[in-house]
Design a protein around this ligand. Structure first.
Ligand code: CA
Length: 652
């Protein structure tokens, strides 16, 4: 008897791909003053109509034009006349269904309020003055980056930001803003801090905020609706589809002028709506992975997951990224739940973008939000990114070793003095590449040398998810003083900024940001999420410490070597006098560093420790109080005293 095999999803067959994969670059609405051409991919539809509107959101009866079936499952229509700034949707009839469904074009480049109608736009109408002269800062090696992860609204919505345009793209790009005590805020603050890349939480149009409401609303934006359009609630006018596009460009232009690279957090792994999404109305079932029962699989934890392994989904992702790079001049991407994307897609993204703007920074979350039908070995998971070139994953091993596991709220880490985390910390300090001095016995690949090169690894202590670094330290140290907690805090910062790999920090870390103990603030009000710039005054020593650490990192290539072989050869861990300590020495001369030797000593114990150094005569660049590139004092001997809960960085 023949075994019955589960029927293969017709979308995954070679025959479907051969018949319907559309390679052309003209999907969407192509505007010209004499006529506009519309092309949409809907191979399974039996009828597709174009609906034309004069406004982006007002109730109105559209002009209806029927489209013609064209090659590879696309539908085509050329409409004579000047359609500039009109809006449109598609209406589809599917076999076996009598009721029509409607969808916004997934290739829409502008939309009306709430993203329910696409706009027919001449993108040159959206260019700010001097846009053609906008230049990306020269590309950096990934390991030279210091990334600052911020939310557009959080950054300037607090009254203390001094912003003239709080909570908007324009506010984010505003120069000259000052806060309490005349401290620099906004762009000037970022320049003062010294970071190289601004990473923005999702700015592509998302669904959770009603752009037409004047009520105060908040969301991180991990609920995508239109992938190629900026979110409307950060624009001064969400109705005219051109405004958000122009204002987003103005923000990029301003950040570029300040020498900052712009990285976008992109959420291609799921959409806010599932059965009723634009994508599902266009080609029911195609854009999403199915579970064993034939329903939506939920690898994102948000009710659905897109199928990057299907070629027209892959193409949609690649085309979308290309659009952000070409039209908005952005400098990199952070992939949300990258583990849901297949390795082939990620490799194609790297290759395609390299052909347009070499050296863009690409990294992502090397995990999923639930199980997925995509086989583990095909997923762009943390232990699999070593198969990719110049795509990195967040090093949660380092993050959790520093301050305690994010899911175990009351569990501390190395900086709080928890025992037994030294080896894990070493794994993080070396960007999780193989290293002869690190014992990985009994540890799985996830927590050992999962990276092949340091550019596979994003080194960090905190991000927008989970407790802020300060809240986590507070939660895990009952009965301790804030003075002690701030020592732990600065030790955590010193660990990240002396770790190999790509340095990353959460916005506001440098001013001891608190979310008042809230662990997941994705939809909480400004009162929890907004950055309170008064904290820059209150914690000016911490701000200066971060600033000094970043300057140190940038001045010393030994702290962020570009290759794993260099790290293995030139970074050696030193014997420590106590548990709760980790120390290492880098042969600076061997890696082109201005310092001949650099020593980093990390003391998480509650006592002062004396460490034997390999040589005599050192300059102290960082201690528990201060950090920077100029020597704070000299050590004449070969003995270093490391204060409790502090880092000591020495050079000679
Ligand atoms: Ca929106």
């Amino acid at each position: 008897m023949k075994k019955k095999r589960a029927a293969r999803n017709p979308f995954d067959t070679a025959a479907f791909g051969k018949k319907y994969h559309y390679d052309g670059r003209d999907l969407g609405a192509r505007y010209q003053s004499q006529s506009t051409t519309f092309r949409v991919w809907a191979p399974t539809a039996r009828q597709v109509d174009l609906l034309l509107f004069t406004t982006g959101h007002q109730p109105e009866t559209p002009r209806v034009l029927s489209m013609k079936r064209d090659s590879k499952g696309t539908w085509l229509l050329n409409v004579a006349g000047d359609l500039r700034n009109q809006y449109y949707r598609y209406r589809l009839l599917h076999p076996g269904r009598t009721d029509a469904v409607e969808a916004v074009d997934p290739y829409a480049v502008a939309v009306g309020a709430n993203g329910d109608r696409a706009m027919i736009v001449d993108l040159r109408d959206t260019d700010p003055e001097q846009w053609s002269a906008d230049k990306r800062p020269a590309p950096l090696r990934a390991t030279d980056a210091v990334i600052y992860e911020a939310h557009v609204r959080d950054f300037t919505i607090h009254r203390s930001s001094g912003s003239a345009c709080p909570g908007t793209y324009l506010g984010f790009g505003e120069c000259g803003a000052r806060g309490p005590g005349n401290v620099k805020t906004g762009v000037d603050h970022l320049v003062e801090l010294g970071v190289t890349h601004v990473h923005l939480l999702p700015i592509a149009d998302f669904a959770s905020i009603d752009e037409t409401s004047r009520k105060k609303q908040y969301n991180w934006g991990y609920d995508p609706k239109n992938y190629n359009v900026p979110e409307g609630s950060y624009a001064t006018d969400p109705y005219d589809g051109r405004v958000r596009v122009r204002e987003f460009k103005q923000m990029v232009q301003s950040l570029h002028e300040a020498g900052l690279h712009v990285v976008l957090d992109v959420v291609y792994n799921h959409t806010y709506h599932a059965v009723d999404s634009h994508l599902n109305h266009l080609v029911p079932g195609y854009y999403y992975r199915q579970n064993a029962e034939g329903g939506f699989s939920n690898g994102s934890g948000c009710g659905n997951e897109t199928a990057s392994d299907r070629t027209m989904v892959r193409k949609m992702m690649v085309d979308s990224l290309v659009h952000w790079v070409k039209e908005y001049h952005v400098d990199g991407f952070r992939f949300d739940l990258m583990g849901l994307h297949d390795l082939e897609t990620m490799a194609l993204i790297r290759k395609t973008l390299d052909g347009i703007a070499p050296g863009l920074l690409l990294y992502g979350e090397g995990w999923t939000g639930g199980d997925s039908p995509l086989p583990y070995e095909r997923r762009a998971m943390k232990p699999n990114v070593s198969q990719l070139r110049h795509i990195a994953a967040f090093n949660d091993t380092l993050r959790d070793a520093i301050k305690g596991h994010v899911a175990e709220h009351h569990q501390g880490g190395f900086v709080q003095g928890v025992a037994g985390l030294e080896e894990r910390l070493k794994t993080g300090l070396t960007a999780s590449v193989r290293h002869p001095q690190i014992d990985v016995t009994g540890r799985d690949l996830w927590n050992s040398h999962w990276a092949k090169e340091p550019w596979h690894c994003v080194s960090y202590a905190s991000c927008h998810d989970n407790h802020t670094l300060w809240d986590k330290i507070k939660l895990t140290t009952p009965g301790r003083s804030d003075a002690e907690r701030l020592q732990m805090y600065k030790l955590a910062a010193a660990i990240v900024m002396t770790s190999q790999g790509i340095a990353f920090m959460h916005a506001g870390e440098e001013l001891v940001r608190t979310k008042k103990g809230h662990e997941n603030s994705y939809n909480l009000p400004d009162a929890i999420n907004a950055i309170d710039w008064k904290r820059k005054v209150d914690h000016v020593d911490v701000f200066n410490y971060y600033r000094g650490l970043i300057a140190l990192r940038k001045a010393h290539p030994a702290l962020h070597m570009p290759g794993a072989a260099m790290i293995r050869k030139h970074l050696a861990f030193l014997p420590m006098p106590s548990a709760g300590m980790v120390g290492f020495c880098i042969d600076g001369a061997g890696v082109g560093d201005p310092a001949q030797w650099i020593v980093v000593l990390l003391n998480a114990t509650g006592s002062r420790q004396t460490v034997q150094l390999p040589e005599k005569g050192w300059n102290v660049l960082v201690d528990g109080a201060k950090a920077g590139v100029k020597p704070l004092r000299r050590i004449k001997t070969d003995l270093a005293e490391v204060e409790p809960r502090s880092a000591l960085v020495l050079a000679r």
